[in-house]
Design a protein around this ligand. Structure first.
Ligand SMILES: Nc1ncnc2c1ncn2[C@@H]1O[C@H](COP(=O)(O)OP(=O)(O)OP(=O)(O)O)[C@@H](O)[C@H]1O
Length: 597
């Protein structure tokens, strides 16, 4: 019931259309069941001389000119049958279009809402969630709901209605014959329901095997460079073959089960039809059943047997829609991130103060402890330290991707967590180590945050990031499409693109999270020089494992296990015992080896 309510909420604006779709299927079912009744009346009362004992049918006969008139002009009945068939066709068309219109619009709304909600979920949620599962929820789960609305629900309601209507007509025609006609129906229904409930697991197993096969394929295609580089083709082919075989075996087993079911179900249904024909013809011979009623019974039994056989499957499939609804609801239950909670948008110059800052992802497992430091607007600080020491976590606090647990961070003297998230994110530019480029051209990628920026600005940003010359060397220059369907850029080119994309926004605070790792030392120096010589210099935070990258910073913080273990300029730090000097010595001797080689 709760699920239906949820679905009804999503259907807002399309409920009336859906209702008309339902009414259309009911009318089309009435018209379907009318045909055998017309045949029966024609055989028994128009051609034969049995009395018409239904006042409604009598009225219709009178309207058409009376018994004698119709007997002379049987073609009118032919026309009537054709009109019923045409009307039925029209109502079926209406049912399909109206139900589909409502289902398509409802599911479009669900997809839009889901997409919107996912965009507003916090960074933390996206770090933890699996992309594949999110995509599945937005596509196949939504499709399951669409099938439920556009096909299954109308089918079940229509079949139920037809069943009740036909049973009523059959019982009013001849009780004994009606009992005989429906004797196998409960068995057929139960057989179908039990079978499809049991086979549900086999359907799921086949679906899961297909998903595993697709994941293997996707992984292989995404990591094809690694496969080639490590000569893993044979291993990959064997792995895929295994998944492919598993999928084939499970699907074949399922199809064998289904074939056995439809075979047995056919046997049951045909026995029922045969039984009705044998008993009906005997009763007709004995005079207990009119010829017209006999024809009507045979038609009716054929009409109801298929929906009853199908019902078990439809009912079990309908269960899937509620599972999908629940899965989608899990996303909606995730609280969204409020970006403009206080409307506090102070002018940001770039002074940063950390005071006794503590931060943890999981309770009682601090990743950053007791961090205190100051950076003046326009200064450059560098963070260096072993992997996992907390450098990225530290810089993620500044754009408020995560909230610190203790102490405070102030920007220009204002506590960071009072400033609007959307505002602070506009003012803090973050360049990641592995940048993601969209399947757009280079110009669009660089001015992603503000598509109205002029070409001169794009070129200036590209020059500062030392990528302009590379772009010029491409055949289509700034029009070159990059990303998945475009040209391949080297790791360093991608990083420089990401740098250009961030600095074009002129943020007062810019963070480079190991985002110079793939560029050579010379380019690294020229980027930093270009950044330093810009007017309105931004406060810059550089994370790097390379001493040469951090050496010129106004202040270097050496981080280990979430704590600042050393601080100072390059000259201070190489003159004191500690991690910085050890790293410096190692990197220096490596450089000497390279030079002497
Ligand atoms: N989203 C997260 N949830 C839980 N723990 C996390 C999360 N992100 C990072 N960590 C943990 O926090 C610690 C610090 O990670 P962080 O990425 O800040 O280190 P880092 O110094 O930037 O490392 P690297 O130099 O390798 O990038 C690590 O132990 C890491 O496993």
């Amino acid at each position: 019931m709760k699920n239906f309510k949820k679905l009804l909420n999503f259907m807002e604006g399309y409920r009336i259309i859906y209702l008309f779709g339902m009414i259309s299927i009911l009318i089309s079912q009435i018209l379907t069941t009318a045909t055998p009744l017309i045949l029966r009346t024609t055989i028994d009362s128009i051609i034969g001389d049995e009395v018409i004992n239904s006042s409604t049918i009598q009225k219709i006969v009178d309207f058409l000119g009376g018994k004698e008139f119709l007997k002379e002009k049987l073609w009118i009945i032919g026309l009537l049958l054709i009109s019923v068939a045409i009307s039925r066709g029209i109502f079926l068309y209406l049912k399909n279009t109206l139900a589909s219109k409502s289902a398509e619009n409802t599911t479009k709304k669900i997809r839009d809402k889901l997409y919107d909600h996912i965009q507003r979920l916090p960074y933390e949620y996206h770090v933890k969630s699996e992309t594949g599962e999110l995509i599945q929820k937005c596509t196949s789960d939504v499709d399951t709901i669409k099938r439920f609305l556009s096909i299954q629900l109308v089918e079940v309601v229509g079949s139920m209605f037809m069943l009740i209507f036909i049973l009523y007509v059959m019982f009013t025609m001849n009780i004994k014959m009606a009992m005989i006609s429906i004797i196998v129906l409960p068995i057929t229904f139960l057989f179908s329901f039990i079978f499809f409930t049991k086979v549900k697991k086999a359907f799921e197993a086949s679906d899961e095997a297909e998903a595993r096969m697709t994941t293997t394929l996707q992984e292989n295609l995404t990591g094809v460079r690694v496969v080639k580089a490590f000569s893993r083709q044979k291993y990959e082919v064997d792995k895929f073959d295994e998944k492919n075989l598993e999928y084939k075996d499970l699907t074949y087993k399922l199809i064998k089960n289904l074939s056995a079911y439809w075979g047995l179900s056919d046997l049951l249904s045909m026995s029922q039809v045969g039984f009705v024909i044998i008993v009906g013809s005997y009763l007709a011979y004995e005079g207990e059943l009119s010829l017209g009623s006999f024809v009507a019974f045979v038609s009716y039994i054929n009409m109801i047997i298929w929906p009853v056989r199908q019902m078990g499957r439809t009912l079990t499939d309908m269960g899937k829609a509620f599972v999908s609804l629940k899965r989608i609801d899990e996303i909606f239950a995730e609280p969204i991130e409020i970006l403009d909670e206080s409307n506090h948008k102070p002018n940001i110059r770039g002074n940063i103060e950390f005071k006794n800052v503590y931060f943890e992802y999981e309770e009682n497992k601090p990743v950053l402890s007791d961090l205190s430091f100051n950076v003046k607007a326009g200064e450059t600080i560098a963070l260096i330290g072993p992997t996992g020491s907390g450098k990225s976590s530290l810089v993620h606090l500044l754009p408020r991707l995560y909230e610190y647990n203790n102490g405070y961070i102030k920007i220009d003297g204002i506590e960071l967590n009072t400033i609007d998230k959307s505002w602070i994110r506009k003012n803090v530019g973050l360049v990641l180590q592995e940048p993601f480029l969209y399947a757009k051209n280079i110009r669009e990628n660089i001015r992603l945050a503000n598509p109205s920026l002029k070409d001169e600005k794009v070129i200036m940003a590209a020059k500062t990031a030392s990528i302009h010359e590379d772009i010029k060397s491409f055949e289509s220059g700034y029009e070159t499409i990059v990303g998945e369907r475009g040209v391949s850029l080297s790791g360093g080119q991608k990083q420089r693109m990401a740098i250009a994309r961030t600095i074009i926004n002129d943020c007062p605070i810019v963070i480079f999270d190991d985002s110079l790792s793939a560029v050579d030392t010379e380019t690294d120096i020229s980027i930093r020089k270009a950044l330093g010589s810009r007017k309105n210099r931004a406060t810059t935070i550089i994370i790097s494992h390379r001493i040469s990258t951090v050496a010129e910073a106004d202040m270097i913080l050496v981080i280990d296990k979430g704590k600042i273990i050393q601080r100072g300029t390059h000259n201070d730090l190489i003159n004191e015992e500690g991690l910085y000097r050890r790293v410096y010595t190692i990197q220096n001797s490596l450089d000497d080896e390279v030079i002497n080689a």
